[in-house]
Write a protein that binds this ligand. Structure first.
Ligand code: GUN
Length: 292
């Protein structure tokens, strides 16, 4: 078993970005600038946004964190997004999900100018991805693609099973793995809550991407020996022995599955850090697109 170490690979990518940003500045070009919007006091969301802002700072990317109370009216958020859309200094905009119930996620995603949509959630970017054209790829599947690339995992002709059909992870991941080109050319099965014989599908897979958000769901008896296993899950599970009061659990039963695998991501330290590296890549790309 070998580790797909997202911390290490993510650091290498972030260092590349740092050098590219430094090069831009030495050429008198614009410094990339990300605006991150956080609403309310969800502990996990605050941690993720904090990590994104810190990673920007380390890579030389400017970031502005806008933190609002959970009773922020939807129209106020939409107006804020509009002003960021029109602000030439802002290259990328992200609104951390999930949102409070009274704010429509789709209205917010549609409001972000596609050329600043570094999360790749806008239908324009999702449509470009579907067609294999350049655009912003959502950070989690993009990060997984970069991780497979970093470790030179052969994907062509392989059976890939993606578990979970979210717009953020599962669906775009299935498109990336099936498209022609590097880290693609897989035969992809996209499984979900209504899939019959899910274990049977997973057992046939050379590459498994688990993105359903159920701790320890993927068990050893579902895994084909030698598989590559990517664990996107990162659920907070109460654990009074931990200082924080919780531990982070992946969707894969790592203890029992890892001995069977050729490659596996740990949780934490697998997909999470790659998501951040991918966001930084998208933010730099958004800035580069404005160069004349
Ligand atoms: N919530 C969970 N994942 C993500 C992500 O990649 N981007 C944003 N904005 N919110 C999220």
């Amino acid at each position: 078993m070998q580790l797909l170490d997202g911390k290490k690979a993510g650091q290498a990518i972030r260092e590349e970005i740092r050098l590219q940003v430094a090069q831009r500045l030495s050429e008198g070009k614009k410094q990339p600038h990300l605006a991150a919007i956080l609403i309310g006091h969800n502990g996990a969301s605050a941690t993720y946004v904090g990590a994104k802002v810190k990673a920007c700072e380390e890579a030389g990317i400017l970031s502005t964190l806008l933190h609002y109370e959970s009773d922020l009216p939807e129209h106020t958020l939409l107006e804020k997004i509009e002003s960021l859309n029109n602000d030439p200094d802002i290259d990328g905009i992200l609104v951390q999900l999930p949102l409070p119930k009274h704010i429509r996620e789709s209205a917010v995603i549609h409001a972000i100018e596609p050329s600043k949509d570094v999360d790749g959630f806008h239908p324009v970017n999702q449509g470009l991805l579907m067609q294999g054209q350049p655009g912003f790829i959502p950070a989690t599947p993009y990060g997984i693609q970069l991780l497979l690339q970093h470790y030179q995992i052969e994907t062509a002709g392989k059976e890939a099973v993606v578990i979970g059909r979210s717009n953020i992870v599962g669906r775009p991941m299935s498109v990336l793995l099936s498209q022609p080109g590097p880290v693609g050319n897989c035969t992809v099965t996209l499984c979900h809550s209504k899939t019959t014989d899910l274990a049977g599908h997973i057992r046939r897979a050379d590459i498994v991407v688990a993105a359903l958000g159920q701790p320890d769901f993927v068990q050893a008896n579902m895994i084909k020996p030698g598989a590559v296993v990517i664990d996107v899950g990162i659920t907070r599970v109460e654990n009074p022995t931990k200082k924080s009061g919780f531990e982070l659990k992946g969707d894969v039963d790592y203890t029992n599955v890892s001995p069977l695998c050729n490659w596996i991501t740990p949780v934490p330290g697998g997909v999470g850090p790659m998501t951040i590296a991918a966001l930084l890549k998208n933010t730099l790309q958004a800035c580069q697109q404005k160069d004349t």
